[in-house]
Design a protein. Sequence first.
Length: 801
Amino acid sequence: EDVDPVVPKSDVARMRKIVINSLYSHQEIFIRELVSNANDAIEKLRLTALTDKSVWDGNPLNITIKTVKDEDGKGGHIIISDTGIGMSPEELATNLGTLAKSGTSDFLARAESQDGTGNGNLIGAFGLGFYSSFLVADHVTVASIPPKTSQNPEPIQHIFSSAADDTTFEIFPDPRGNILGRGTEITLYLKKDALEYLEEAKIQELVNKHSSYSSSFPIYLYTTRTEEVPEEDVEEPVPETLKEPTTASEAKHSEASDTPVEKDEDEATIEDVEGDEDKKPEEPAAPKMKSITVNEWSQLNAQPPLWTRDPKNVTDEEYSLFYNAFFKDFTKPLAWHHFSGDSGSGVSFKAILYLPAKLAEEYWQQPLSYLSTDIKLMVKRVFITSDLGENGLPKWASWARVVIDADDLPLNVSRETLQSNRFLKQLKGVIIKRLIQLFSKIAEEDQDKFKEIQETYGSIFKLGAVEDIKNREKLASLARFSTTQRNDTSFDQYIENKKKGQKQIFYLAEIGKKPEDLAQSIFVEKLHARGYEVFLMTEPLDEILLGHLRQWKNMPFQDVAKAGLKFGDEELDPEEEKAQQKVLEEKYKPLIDWLKVEAKDTVRDVKISNRLVRSPCAIVAEVGGYTANVQKMMSASNAKGNRGGILHDYAMKAKVLEINPRSPLIEGLLRRVEDLPVEEDEKDVEAEDELREVASILIDGALVRSGFEVSDSNSFFSRVDRVLRRSLGVSETAPTDTTVKPAPPVDPELPTEEEQQMPYFNDEEDDGKAKVIVPDHLKEDVSIEMEEIDDDGNVVEHDEL
Ligand SMILES: Nc1ncnc2c1ncn2[C@@H]1O[C@H](COP(=O)(O)OP(=O)(O)OP(=O)(O)O)[C@@H](O)[C@H]1O
């Protein structure tokens, strides 16, 4: 078959190289990956059969594993078969012979930049799938046949054959014929260092560890044991004793009696054998005994699915392993909640809800178009769909991983009828309620855990509170912020700490700043000095959230960079306060009047400040005006459409210059303004210009201190330069020599081939490992050694690969 690979073969080669060389210590995952593929294939068959009955005749759906040792004892192979959807020869080529998966090159790049030990989580995150075969096998064959359909009434079983050390594969009709009936059979010819996987006990251990939850279909292992039986019984052929096929072609003929697919009685015989043992003591005088070999298929995943079990009897490790296998995420989940209930429409269900340790990168890139795929809806233990369509979770929760198993839904529901089902409509509400309960419970009961939760889900609570009106209050109360006094503070905790008379919740927002830097802002200096707590909001969602909330427990949020700030104790002594204010206003009237003219392009008013302690002045946004943060967001989102409008112009200029009457700088400026001669004929133009320059620097400085940008930073710095010259006693008008050496003439020649190929770096020693490149001139002074350290800072020892 000549099928064009979708991705360059070199990628397949790279993938194999990585798999073989660097993921060596994770050899055993091959079984988990192949069982999981088999399970998916069966699931696909069952789902296809819902709409096209011809693809499934009702034969058992299962996975079988068989180990076969070579007669010479030097090698062997493992056969993993499933009765799933199978593959056509074209599918064999594209699915197994190429890497068509999105993100593959990303994976390759990341894997190659790490050494072997760092790759464990990478495999987990990515799922190595079929390629994990090459961890243990140097030659792999896959026999597969798709189901009969009307388009393909006579499918032919094909073999995909490949070896680990070359990049090619072959696909050819199976010389054994259509022996599988339906499904896929993978044969792994084990490498010398992987022969331990020929032991039944090893396979049993691995399936129990990694895969007992990854398949809802039975997984059988072909087992061999010896049994003592009375000699006379041996004469008759023991029906459950199976003939071991030694070669592929022999398998063809014995397969029919070899797999439980065809012979359901095999399962029954297991119990029979055990029953016999019980009876033995009652048998009369022991006859002559003889050892015989009994081969049988024994089920490895016989226990009921985890979610149907009583939570009291399920260990944390089991929850974790189930999560790994079921959702194919091999990191430990942060928390889970196992519950059962009644939807109210009469459908009872059992469910487990998991919080993943990390949210997918795609989620944060585009939370609003992220589609939830991890609500696995089962009906009577059988998977139905993970596509809830319009009944899916709201965006803020679309990362949730849930298995939910309904008892009373009709089993053969199609997706369309499902969508209109009442139960499904209620599902969203049930899951969201439990999700919030889980978060709230952790917040109350386990501070350390909740800290961990905040790292991954801190922004989720804010997003949720914005998106989900119904649950806004509950979600917002889970949000935590830094304040001028502490970290991780909730709105409720803030209110408990409010001061007598305080009627506003104070906050200051600036996206992207560190809270500790924001705490230095002039807008919080007085509040902080007086002991008032101020929220320091640094995330994009913070101000949006406050905009939606407007108030918390009847206390409005007050941006401390905006007009309207009230400490709340002003009224405690209104007369004195007013008298003081009046004295100051009178004293500073000349300066204020003068500044109103000087600052008219920047602000609409000049006032005496009640919010400054050390700083001479600040620019405060009026109620309808833009704060620095809003102005920044607008320039970041490039909201050109809004610019130039009357409202925009108003909001831009709706600012007040506030001066600090206790600042010596302001007092000095007042004195100089008062000293200016007023009579027309006495005017000192030079002194006035100088003062104007100082005022202009002060106003621009106030803008910058208040987080705004200076509209023309060039002229700002020219003015600063002039003031500097003055203070240094340098002539203000002395010109700088501005002559420069011009560039050589135009040269249209292109760089030569050779020059183009000159590397930027000398990568002679590039061994593909991460390293620090030391510039040549520093090589003598610097030597760098690298160690890998774990989270606790301990050096990680590497096994030699
Ligand atoms: N046993 C099987 N039966 C039918 N198709 C299979 C089987 N194993 C693999 N495939 C097909 O080959 C494709 C590639 O398999 P592979 O294991 O490499 O990746 P995957 O299963 O898609 O992803 P991952 O393993 O990362 O979840 C699968 O998507 C599936 O279409």
